[in-house]
Design a protein around this ligand. Structure first.
Ligand SMILES: Nc1ncnc2c1ncn2[C@@H]1O[C@H](COP(=O)(O)OP(=O)(O)O)[C@@H](O)[C@H]1O
Ligand SMILES: [Mg+2]
Length: 259
């Protein structure tokens, strides 16, 4: 039983225009960690818009949790390359923002304020931001802002977390720290992840399944299961098995770029 599925999905931004993605079929089970890789402009963000109901497909069907997607879904949390924290709110108030919007949290917010605040503080602590709740975004490093942004995406306990190149703007060391943060969050609390990334090592380290997309119009070229045992320590990235996966994906991407 799949949790997210695409059946022959195409999307053209202009009616009758060229497809941004074409004939995409895929199936994601609940709890799966999926990474989507492909060259810039191949339709990765478009795929995210289709899952989250921000765009309807031009052709085909998108299902989430057994229902055809017909508009924005509240079981989804999202984070992007830019942390996009509101500069006039503290880190804690940024993390709690979805609770002011998404039901049933919105209706219970007054009554449950103390509990929700404690939950948000606990989540910040889990990602290494204990004690930073009252800081403003500009008082945090880029990596800390991205940690907070992922807390905001998870505070309403979404069943599906959508991440669009969330670590793309960070340095290599910070990026690896955030891989481990995401791995631990996902290991502790079951949710489904769709991670869009340029970084093949990131995809192999984190994902159960990696999809490689072609150049525009984006199609799924390869679906690769990553059979590295879990939990995966960062050291796994130095093993031959890991390098083998990265090389294999790299070759697929290389072929796309030459074609
Ligand atoms: N809102 C839009 N209107 C028209 N074209 C768009 C829009 N968003 C994206 N595109 C086009 O669709 C293609 C896929 O874009 P996108 O999904 O953002 O790619 P990626 O995230 O893989 O870089 C690109 O050619 C892009 O120019
Ligand atoms: Mg994109």
């Amino acid at each position: 039983m799949s949790f997210v599925s695409f059946e022959n999905v195409s999307l053209a931004y202009a009616p009758g225009g060229a497809n941004a993605i074409e004939n995409v079929t895929l199936s994601i089970r609940e709890g799966e960690f999926v990474a989507v890789v492909g060259p810039s402009g191949c339709g990765k963000s478009t795929l995210m818009k289709l899952v989250s109901g921000l765009k309807p497909p031009s052709e085909g069907y998108v299902f989430v949790d057994g229902r055809e997607v017909g508009g924005p879904l509240k079981i989804i949390g999202m984070a992007f390359q830019a942390a996009n924290l509101l500069p006039w709110r503290t880190t804690l108030d940024n993390v709690m923002l979805p609770l002011e919007i998404v039901e049933p949290f919105r209706s219970n917010l007054k009554k449950e304020k103390a509990k929700y605040t404690a939950d948000a503080e606990a989540l910040l602590a889990k990602v290494g931001l204990a004690g930073y709740g009252d800081k403003f975004p500009w008082e945090l490093s880029g990596g800390m802002q991205q940690r907070a942004s992922i807390c905001r995406a998870l505070i309403h306990q979404p069943r599906l977390l959508m991440l669009d190149e969330p670590f793309g703007a960070l340095d290599a060391f910070t990026r690896e720290e955030l891989w481990c943060m995401l791995r631990d969050l996902w290991q502790q609390q079951p949710f489904t992840v769709v991670l869009v990334t340029h970084d093949l090592r990131e995809a192999v380290f984190l994902a159960d399944t990696v999809y490689v997309m072609s150049k525009r119009p984006g199609r799924i070229l390869v679906r690769k299961e990553i059979d590295l045992p879990r939990p995966r320590p960062l050291d796994v990235t130095y093993t031959d098995a890991f390098a083998g996966y990265v090389h294999e994906l790299r070759e697929h991407i290389g072929r796309i770029r030459e074609s």
